[in-house]
Design a protein around this ligand. Structure first.
Ligand SMILES: Cc1cc2nc3c(=O)[nH]c(=O)nc-3n(C[C@H](O)[C@H](O)[C@H](O)COP(=O)(O)OP(=O)(O)OC[C@H]3O[C@@H](n4cnc5c(N)ncnc54)[C@H](O)[C@@H]3O)c2cc1C
Length: 440
C-alpha cells in the first residue's frame, strides 16, 4: 500500500487512558516531530460481546469521549472516532493519512496484546512504526522481579520490593500540556451517538474523579465497612484512565500507606496477567482445575439475583445488580460463598461480575476470584471458608448495609439460607481435598 501524499502525521491511539493530562504515550507522540491526530476506536469485537445494551462502561466511555472532544476543540484539534474492528480501521486510516507512527499505551490483556501485535505488523508492512508505553501502572512486567529475576507470585514480597524501588521519578507526571501546539489542526470530527453504537444510556451518575484527603487519611479504619463511604470509588476512573495513576499514587503516598498498597495490588495483578496469561482461562495453580464443582444452575441463579438467604451475600449481589459496583469486602464474601458454599466454578462468578461491574478489569477481577476460590497466586487456603454470618456481624454490625439493599430482611418474605453453613463448609473442604488429591 503506498502512502497518501498528504503531510506526514503521527496518531495517538486512546484505549484505557482517556485523558489529555499526564499521559505517557500521548507525551511521546507530541514530541515525535509529527503533528499528532488523536484517535479512539469503539472496538466492535468488544461491543458485540456485550449482551446488555444498557452498559454502564460504554456509557462512561462515550461521555468521556464527548468531554475530551470539547477539550480538543479548545486547542484546535479533534478526536477522530471510529467504530469497527481495529485492524480494519487501521487499514482505512493508512489509506486516508500519511501515517508515520502510532503511539499508544500498553495493555496487558491477552486479546489486547494480540490486537496490538496485528496492528503493529500491519503498520510495519506500511512503513509506519508502533510505540507503546507504560501508563496505567507504576511498575510493569519486568520492573519488580525476585532476586533470581522471576516474577513474584506472592503479594507481600512483591509489595515490599515495589515500595523499595519507588522513587519520585516513578510518580512524575508527563507534562503533555507544554506540547499541545503539536496536535494536528483539524475541523471538528463527528462522534457516533450511543444509540448509533447500538446501546442505551442508564443515565445514573458516575462517581467523581477526586478523593478527599480525609477519606484517604482514615482509609485503613473505614475501608472494610460497606455501610459507609470508606473507599475512594475511583475504580472506574482507574479502569478507563480518566485519572492518572501517578497523580493518585503521589496523593496516596502523602496520606495513607494502606491505600497506596491497594494500588500495589492493582500493579501486582496486572503483572500476574502479563506473565501468566493462562489465568484468563485456568487456575493459576493448575491442580485446582481438578476440583469437581457442583455447578447447580438454579443455585447460581439465586446467587446472581441475591436470594441466597444470607443477607450480606444478597445485599452485595443486589448492590452489584443495581449500581454496577460492590464494596470490596462484600466482593470477597460473595465470591467465597459461590465457590465454597455452593461449589460453583469461580469462572461462572468471574463472568457474572465481568458483565455487571462498572469497574470490570480482567486482571483485578480474575485475581479476586482466584483468591476467593483458593486457586490463585496469593490465595486464601481452600480450608479457610468465610462464615457469611460472622462476616456480616463484624463488618456490618448494625445491619445498615444489609437493610439498604435487602429491605425485606427480617420479614416473612425473606428466604431461609439456601445451604447450612457447617454442612457447606465441610462439603467444600472435602470436595477440594478430593480434587487436589486426584490432580497429584
Ligand atoms: C472477587 C473480586 C472481584 C474484583 N473485581 C475487580 C474488578 O473487576 N475491577 C477492579 O478494579 N477491582 C476489582 N476488585 C478489587 C476491588 O474490590 C475493587 O478495586 C474496589 O472494590 C473498587 O472500589 P474503590 O475504587 O472504592 O477501591 P479503593 O478501596 O478505594 O481502592 C483504590 C483502588 O485500588 C485498586 N484496588 C483496590 N483493591 C484492589 C484489589 N484487591 N485488586 C486490584 N486492585 C485493587 C482499585 O483500582 C481501586 O479503585 C475485585 C475484588 C474481588 C474480591
Amino acid at each position: 500500500m503506498s502512502k497518501p501524499s498528504s503531510a506526514p502525521v503521527a496518531l495517538f491511539w486512546y484505549r484505557r487512558d482517556l485523558r489529555l493530562n499526564d499521559n505517557a504515550g500521548l507525551y511521546h507522540a507530541l514530541r515525535s516531530g509529527f503533528p499528532v491526530l488523536p484517535v479512539f476506536i469503539f472496538d466492535q469485537t468488544i461491543l458485540d460481546a456485550l449482551d446488555d445494551k444498557h452498559d454502564r462502561r460504554l456509557e462512561f466511555i462515550h461521555n468521556t469521549v464527548l468531554e475530551m472532544q470539547q477539550e480538543f476543540r479548545k486547542i484546535g484539534t479533534s478526536l477522530l472516532v471510529r467504530y469497527g474492528k481495529p485492524l480494519d480501521i487501521y487499514r482505512d486510516l493508512l489509506k486516508e493519512f500519511n501515517i508515520q507512527a502510532v503511539f499508544t499505551n500498553y495493555d496487558y490483556e491477552v486479546y489486547a496484546k494480540e490486537r496490538d501485535k496485528a496492528v503493529a505488523d500491519l503498520l510495519s508492512e506500511n512503513g509506519a512504526e508502533f510505540h507503546a508505553y507504560k501508563d496505567q501502572t507504576i511498575f510493569d512486567r519486568d520492573e519488580v522481579l525476585t532476586g533470581s529475576g522471576s516474577p513474584y507470585t506472592v503479594f507481600t514480597p512483591y509489595s515490599r520490593n515495589w515500595h523499595h524501588k519507588l522513587t519520585d521519578f516513578h510518580l512524575k507526571s508527563y507534562p503533555t500540556k507544554k506540547y499541545y501546539a503539536n496536535f494536528l489542526k483539524t475541523a471538528s470530527l463527528p462522534i457516533p451517538t450511543l444509540e448509533e453504537l447500538g446501546f442505551k444510556p442508564v443515565k445514573e451518575p458516575f462517581p467523581g474523579k477526586t478523593v478527599q484527603s480525609d477519606l484517604l487519611k482514615n482509609y485503613k479504619e473505614t475501608r472494610d465497612f460497606p455501610a459507609i463511604q470508606g473507599t475512594s470509588e475511583l475504580s472506574i476512573h482507574l479502569r478507563f484512565g480518566t485519572i492518572s495513576i501517578r497523580e493518585l499514587a503521589r496523593k496516596a503516598k502523602e496520606h495513607n500507606f494502606t491505600f497506596l498498597n491497594e494500588l500495589v495490588w492493582r500493579d501486582f495483578y496486572f503483572q500476574v496477567l502479563d506473565h501468566f496469561p493462562h489465568v484468563e482461562k485456568y487456575s493459576f495453580r493448575r491442580e485446582y482445575d481438578g476440583v469437581p464443582w457442583r455447578n447447580n444452575e438454579d443455585e447460581f441463579q439465586r446467587w446472581c439475583e441475591g436470594r441466597t438467604g444470607y443477607p450480606i451475600v444478597d445485599a452485595g449481589m443486589r448492590q452489584l445488580n443495581e449500581i454496577g459496583w460492590m464494596h470490596n469486602r462484600v466482593r470477597m464474601i460473595t465470591a467465597s460463598f459461590l465457590c465454597k458454599h455452593l461449589l460453583i466454578d469461580w469462572r461462572w462468578g468471574e463472568a457474572y461480575f465481568a458483565k455487571k461491574l462498572r469497574d470490570y478489569d480482567l486482571s483485578a477481577n480474575n485475581g479476586g476470584w482466584q483468591w476467593a476460590a483458593g486457586s490463585g497466586t496469593d490465595a486464601a487456603p481452600y480450608f479457610r471458608v468465610f462464615n457469611p454470618t460472622l462476616q456480616a456481624q463484624k463488618f456490618d454490625p448494625k445491619g445498615e448495609y444489609i437493610r439498604r439493599w435487602v429491605p425485606e430482611f427480617n420479614s416473612l418474605n425473606y428466604p431461609e439460607p439456601m445451604v447450612e453453613h457447617t454442612m457447606a463448609r465441610n462439603r467444600a473442604i472435602e470436595t477440594y481435598k478430593k480434587g487436589l488429591a486426584a490432580a497429584k
